[in-house]
Design a protein around this ligand. Structure first.
Ligand SMILES: [Zn+2]
Length: 60
C-alpha cells in the first residue's frame, strides 16, 4: 500500500492521501476532507499567498 503525501491545510504538517485519491487525512490534527476539497483549499491558499505577495510589492 502506497500513501501519497499531502500538506495538511489546517496545521501544515504532513497529511496522507488514500490510494484511491478520494480522502485526505491528517494524523496530527485529525483534519479529514475529500481529495477534491483538499485541492480547492490548497488552490485558494495559493491565491491568498499571491495576494499577500502583491501587497508586499505595492508597499515597496
Ligand atoms: Zn493537520
Amino acid at each position: 500500500m502506497t500513501e501519497i503525501e499531502a500538506k495538511c491545510p489546517n496545521c501544515t504538517k504532513r497529511a496522507t492521501v488514500d490510494e484511491n485519491l478520494t480522502q485526505v487525512n491528517c494524523r496530527v490534527c485529525g483534519f479529514t476532507t475529500s481529495y477534491e476539497d483538499y485541492l480547492e483549499i490548497m488552490k485558494s491558499k495559493a491565491v491568498q499567498m499571491a495576494d499577500d505577495l502583491q501587497m508586499d510589492w505595492d508597499k515597496s
